[in-house]
Design a protein around this ligand. Sequence first.
Ligand SMILES: NC(=O)C1=CN([C@@H]2O[C@H](COP(=O)(O)OP(=O)(O)OC[C@H]3O[C@@H](n4cnc5c(N)ncnc54)[C@H](O)[C@@H]3O)[C@@H](O)[C@H]2O)C=CC1
Ligand SMILES: O=C(O)C(=O)COP(=O)(O)O
Length: 524
Amino acid sequence: MFRILVSDAISEEGLAPLLAAKDIEVVQKKVSEVADELDQFDALLVRSATKVTEELLEKMPKLKIIGRAGVGVDNIDVEAATKHGVVVINAPNGNTISTAEHTFAMMASLVRRIPQAHISVKSREWNRSAFVGVELFGKHLGIIGFGRIGSEVAKRARAFGMHVHVYDPFLTKARAEKIGVDACSLDELLAASDIITVHTPLTKETKGLLGPKNLAKTKKGVYLINCARGGIIDEQALIPFLENGHVAGVALDVFEQEPPGDHPLLSFDNVIVTPHLGASTVEAQLNVATQVAEEVLHFLEGKPVTSSINLPTLSKDVYEKIQAFYTLARKMGSLASQYMTEPVHEIAVTYCGSVADLETTFITRSLLAGFLKPRVASTVNEVNAAMIAKERGIAFSEKFSANGNDYNNSITLTVYGETQTFTIKGTHIAHYGDRIVHFNGFAIDFAPEGHLLYIQHLDKPGMIGKVGQILGDHQVNIATMQVGRQEAGGKAIMMLSLDKPLEEELLEKLEQVSDIDTVKKLEL
Ligand SMILES: NC(=O)C1=CN([C@@H]2O[C@H](COP(=O)(O)OP(=O)(O)OC[C@H]3O[C@@H](n4cnc5c(N)ncnc54)[C@H](O)[C@@H]3O)[C@@H](O)[C@H]2O)C=CC1
Ligand SMILES: O=C(O)C(=O)COP(=O)(O)O
């Protein structure tokens, strides 16, 4: 049974896949209303109101996934979620059109002074000369941030006969030309635009992007629009530019603090505002709720997510291709970690043959999670494995080779410790399963599963018998046994799979047998 907390107002119709699912309980309450039960939730669904802080995450130890029914995740401490191994997903395109349309509604309202005229008429006035506006046709629109919403705004602007200038450090000239916009530098955009609208996420780089310095570079009489995030246009910095008339008008859907309270900007007649309504349409809310509900359901069913903020995203197709290697890699990581009981400073993975062509980032994360799990007390999974490895000073690298080295595919993992180096190689054989084909310098062939017992010994007659005798005397049944050696009479290994885990006392007995060098219990 999974419990999901929906702590913001999310479309009930969109939540239908979760509400209808068996073994899932959906609780639609604010965080403050379930303060005593926070440790019982597996998933959390939010919009922009709930602040998902590290403190909240610490109160939710069972949490596996956070679904943001919308785009911006600046209300979620994604780094803390990653640290806690919690997947964060969003609905990146469900509200694009609604927000682009709202931006346009704001633009038209701003230049034609519709809100002010509306209030005037409602106040029983009829003052036509007070509300003379300007046309959008022929004006220069500057769009800062040319992602999903920015590009939809551009399409609409072109239909209105506007010239569109775009600044986005990640936009190529070729794409800009194809869409028919002028890709330019920020300074060029600021100097050329009659109206500027921002559509970036709120990040360290974009916070205060339109602050005192950049506002001074704009044309006198410029109009500004923020339907992205409060703070991209610095609210305090706007005040003198409004007072001296340099900025002709501002439209804000979002604020540095929401609600903004008694903010000085609200006193300006030429500042028009809405209460964060960009995504507030029936269609957008249904889209984003359906997207996150389906994703969360998939995730809880153990399927891949397609729009994660802190995991590489995988299509169903790709996931099916990598699934087998993902499991093999996790087991190899775990075996290496259990074998190498000393501190490790580097992990190197080589993908050979068909696996080298796949999306290996995810496989490597799985391998790291498998490696770290026996070593860390907290949750470790694909989400936080790379971060934890880094924190512990473990470097990791990937190499690729088209040649499978006798196998259709293989993964080789080398772990560098303080005093020794350990190498393990595995392969996945379709319709047969995972095999470890190389272990600590020995060619061997065993299935990585269950209760394993590794013994390194001298290659001489009677060794298998001695081990078999000790295990038999203690009622431990051997399910399978594989052997490998480097040369006749030299070092050799046995890998036994047992029907039950080995007790410590038996391990010690085996270690005392003459010509047995190493005994290790490996659990998968
Ligand atoms: N008012 C509302 O209700 C809504 C607001 N939003 C907000 O709109 C914003 C944009 O959303 P999308 O277009 O869906 O995101 P997106 O990720 O598709 O586009 C963002 C664009 O900003 C660009 N960018 C990033 N850093 C930049 C920088 N320093 N300078 C210039 N460009 C930069 C990126 O390259 C990207 O192309 C987000 O902040 C989102 O939270 C989204 C939906 C509703
Ligand atoms: O999707 C976004 O980024 C939004 O800003 C929409 O926010 P909301 O879900 O309406 O609180």
